[in-house]
Design a protein around this ligand. Structure first.
Ligand code: KG4
Ligand code: ZN
Length: 337
């Protein structure tokens, strides 16, 4: 079965073809970074309009690079939510209509389920059950994954998501949008032990996160510094270290609490090199296998939507002919396979 995946939940148009026998055939991502950069963040109306401009050419380009035509497709998966309503509706309208015109089934996919299953596009695939840490621009969640669609959220951010905290702190340090990767790069020039940031909510029991205080701490630290390039790098280093440490502490706690021996990390922040290096080292004593998507599949893409959509289509699930999006959508309400 060959499934076209369409991702338009925020500021990336992602298109991919997943073949259940041959694996990922092609995936293309068009990023709207340049469009939103001048505003310092995503402008929803501009995002929707740009998805409209890019979606059709990108589908053509993706099919061409896979040496396929529309007639080779057996199903279409699109991101139904959560995300920006206008942006989501572009992908849902395009995907649902294209499937109808080709007389093939369609399925609306939960964006975070796509992230969570993305490591399965590579070998070795994590076996169920596992613990998942989802760290993106909109979500920070620790999830007990029993099987596809059976998710229990054990903890989540009470305010800013990890990616959001990266982006806001980057802005404070004068870096341009999207700040996460830029801050990580600046942190490479930072020196350890110059600043000591707190590890929020780690003294209290529980698995919830709170990252907004770190951003405020970064602001105060920056304003009291000499604002030199070296100080900025040192602050970036200390901030990143605090986020990673906090994530590690919560993951260790969740692994001990659940007894699970596999940990999946996904979402945009899982592209962070330091997180990818440090987490496996710091949980070594728990004999836990750690799985990440490859870096290009950590941030938003169509491949993860094609894959999650294929799993649901092959299980017989179908989107109705009604076109709609679900901008706020609790993963725990999904149907288990
Ligand atoms: O999953 P994603 O592409 O979009 C959402 O679903 O939100 O995640 C985007 C987030 C942004 O906040 C971005 O700054 C962050 O992931 N991010 C990173 C890195 N790459 C992307 N944060 C830290 N280090 C990185 N290397
Ligand atoms: Zn995402």
């Amino acid at each position: 079965m060959r499934v076209l995946g369409i991702e338009t939940s925020c500021d990336e148009t992602g298109i991919a073809v997943y073949d259940s026998q041959l694996g990922l055939q092609a995936h293309e991502v068009y990023s709207q970074i340049e469009l939103h950069k001048v505003y310092g963040g995503v402008v929803p109306e501009l995002a929707s309009r740009d998805h409209i401009r890019k979606i059709s050419p990108l589908v053509k380009q993706t099919l061409a690079s896979a040496n396929l035509t529309l007639q080779d497709l057996n199903g279409i998966a699109y991101t139904q939510g959560p995300g920006l309503i206008g942006a989501l509706l572009v992908g849902a309208t395009f995907g649902r209509t294209l499937a109808w015109s080709l007389k093939i089934p369609a399925i609306g996919v939960h964006h975070m389920e796509g992230h969570l299953l993305a490591p399965m596009l590579d070998e070795p695939k994590p076996q169920f059950p596992f613990l998942a840490l989802l760290v993106s621009g909109g979500h920070t969640q620790i999830i007990h994954v029993e099987k596809v669609g059976q998710y229990t959220i054990l903890g989540e951010s009470l305010d800013d998501a990890a990616g959001e905290a990266f982006d806001k702190t980057a802005k404070i340090l004068g870096l341009s949008y999207p700040g996460g990767p830029a801050l990580a790069k600046l942190a490479e020039l930072g020196r350890p032990d110059q600043y000591q940031f707190p590890r929020p909510m780690t003294r209290k029991p529980g698995l919830d996160f709170s990252f907004s205080g770190l951003k405020t701490f970064a602001l105060n630290t920056f304003q009291n510094s000499d604002k030199s390039d070296q100080s900025k790098a040192d602050i970036a280093f200390a901030f990143q270290e605090a986020v990673i440490d906090t994530i590690v502490i919560k993951c260790v706690r969740a692994l001990k609490q659940t007894g699970l021996k596999r940990l999946v990390i996904a979402g945009g922040v899982s592209a962070n090199v330091q997180l990818r290096e440090q987490l496996p080292l710091k949980i070594k004593h728990l004999q836990t296998e750690v799985y990440y998507p490859k870096p290009e599949l950590c941030t938003d893409n169509g491949a993860m939507i094609a894959y999650a959509g294929w799993l649901r289509l092959v299980a017989g699930q179908r989107a109705s002919t009604e076109i709609f999006a679900t901008p706020r959508w609790d993963m725990q309400t999904l149907e288990a396979l």
